[in-house]
Design a protein. Structure first.
Length: 197
């Protein structure tokens, strides 16, 4: 009586939906909750997922990515940004995963965390409710790996127009591997101009 509502419990295997364009690509249609997903350092991919989660009422956190642009996120009041987490970004991320839906942990350089160093963070991930995306922080046995690269631009031709959207080739590797091209922004009628490789 009069207490806070009972927090929702998530069964093993629950997923966090991150937008319809990822539904057929990701196992079970979303990011695994209470688990770690490694992602490539592709800001557009992360921002798209942050937008999808917050637009449907979820809450998200970003730890240690001061250069990330939040311009594509319409519900910024649902995002906790910690651009400078100090000397222990893993602990900051560990606090956030216990109460948010999606947490992104970005380290400036690639680090492979030993099982001992990763254990406190992974324990908090399992106790919490969030899907954790790590960028440049490798933990042992992640549930999923995502990589993305720009493969085309929309809205421009040879020497004319302006970029209104772009295509990302996204690969998801978990129990199975899937790959798809998703379009972000507006793709008005014209075939995309291929990205220079």
């Amino acid at each position: 009586m009069g207490g806070a509502p009972e927090p929702r419990r998530f069964a093993p295997g629950d997923v966090l939906e991150v937008g319809s364009q990822f539904r057929s690509l990701l196992p079970r249609g979303g990011l695994p909750r209470q688990a770690v997903t490694h992602a490539s350092e592709t800001a557009a991919l992360v921002v798209e997922m942050l937008e999808a989660v917050t637009a449907t009422g979820g809450f998200a956190g970003v730890v240690g990515w001061p250069e990330l642009s939040y311009a594509g996120i319409s519900h910024l009041e649902r995002v906790i940004a910690v651009p400078d987490p100090g000397i222990d970004p893993l602990s900051v991320a560990g606090v956030l995963v216990e109460g948010l839906d999606l947490v992104v942990l970005h380290l400036p350089q690639r680090i492979a965390l030993s099982p001992v160093r990763a254990r406190p963070l992974l324990a908090r991930v399992r106790r919490g409710r969030a899907a954790l995306i790590t960028v440049n922080a490798e933990v042992p046995s992640p549930a999923l790996r995502l990589s993305a690269r720009v493969v085309g631009f929309h809205g421009i031709g040879r020497g004319s127009g302006r970029i209104t959207g772009f295509d990302l080739r996204v690969e998801a590797a978990g129990h199975r591997t899937a790959s798809a091209v998703i379009t972000l922004g507006q793709a008005a009628g014209r075939a995309p101009l291929e990205a220079v490789r």
